[in-house]
Design a protein around this ligand. Structure first.
Ligand SMILES: Nc1nc2c(c(=O)[nH]1)N[C@@H](CN(C=O)c1ccc(C(=O)N[C@@H](CCC(=O)O)C(=O)O)cc1)CN2
Length: 287
């Protein structure tokens, strides 16, 4: 799909009150913009939060972003205590990927990015194992192996921060099997998306397919979520499932689940890159 070079999007969350849509739409009207798409949600009109995403067309918008941001902050955002951003629809985001040994989610993302299905660049792939170097370098993407030895997590995270700081707008954990510390996440300071191989909140943590088989489940699934210090507890972005039965052993559950993991992660990354996901405390609003 070709993207209008003169389009941008404005994303807002703030305490709910009357007048928000009017103020935002009026601001855009005054700049000469034409609103082409709008979504909004109120968590509770009495004391909740309001979420808004507007796409707009404005000739030369890519060169006017700083001007628009300054004006919006002065004229609208401060009055409504808004958390907000204005981004050009054509500016590709930089997606760094962390992976361990499973390749299916990683290769799916690299393939979709190369085809232009995902509006992003991939500046780097980092793994705690060397296995996937050739696969990644065959996509023309730099690969760094940062092993995490016993007791060596602080040094490894420092090395990863050095590789990521200033080079990524979002980090995706494509079956990265190390738990990231809160200090790392705070230092990194950009969104991190993980694909967990279960339908959370069921089977959080390690070995979800093995535990699911033990439980005799009739579906397995995958969950893409933002990463927080607490394991597999971050705001959910996207989920899906596939039916299974007593005839499926753990290897078959993993194989069936892998297709769901790839699809769910790709959908979640697409939603994030399109600025369609707004965090509402421990949950999300997805437009
Ligand atoms: N701070 C967070 N870090 C990570 C999260 C998260 O939600 N918050 N998600 C995980 C991915 N994951 C499940 O999706 C997961 C990864 C690893 C483990 C685990 O128990 N790992 C052990 C062993 C690691 C190894 O031997 O390589 C460990 O780290 O001690 C559970 C769930 C990614 N990180």
């Amino acid at each position: 799909m070709t993207v209008d070079p003169d389009s941008a999007r404005l994303v807002v969350s703030c305490p709910d009150r009357p007048g928000i849509v009017a103020a935002v739409a009026g601001f855009l009207f005054d700049t000469g913009a034409n609103v082409t798409h709008s979504d909004q949600h109120s968590s509770d009109p009495e004391g909740g939060r309001f979420f808004l995403r507007m796409e707009f067309h404005l000739p030369g918008v890519a060169e006017r972003l700083d001007e628009l941001r300054t004006a919006f902050d002065d004229e609208v955002a401060a009055e409504f205590d808004m958390a907000w951003r204005i981004v050009s629809a054509t500016a590709p985001k930089r997606m760094a990927i962390l992976v361990s040994k499973y390749d299916h989610c990683l290769l799916d993302l690299l393939w979709r990015a190369r085809r232009g299905e995902l509006p992003c660049e991939v500046p780097v792939v980092i793994s705690n194992h060397p296995d996937l170097r050739t696969d990644v370098e065959n996509f023309g993407v730099p690969f760094f192996c940062v092993p995490v030895e016993q007791g060596g997590k602080p040094a490894a995270e420092a090395q990863m921060l050095a590789l990521l700081r200033g080079h990524a707008d979002v980090v995706v954990l494509a079956r990265y099997m190390q738990i990231l510390t809160g200090g790392f996440l705070d230092e990194l300071g950009i969104p991190v998306i993980n694909i967990h191989h279960s339908f959370l909140p069921a089977f959080a943590g390690a070995n979800p397919y093995g535990r699911a088989r033990e439980r005799g489940v009739k579906i397995v699934g995958a969950t893409a979520h933002y990463v927080t210090e607490e394991l597999d507890a971050g705001p959910i972005i996207e989920q899906d499932i596939v039916r299974v039965s007593h005839r499926h052993d753990v290897d078959t559950l993993e194989r069936l689940g892998a297709d769901v993991e790839r699809t769910v992660l790709a959908r979640a990354v697409q939603l994030h890159l399109d600025d369609r996901v707004l965090v509402d405390g421990g949950t999300t609003v997805v437009f």
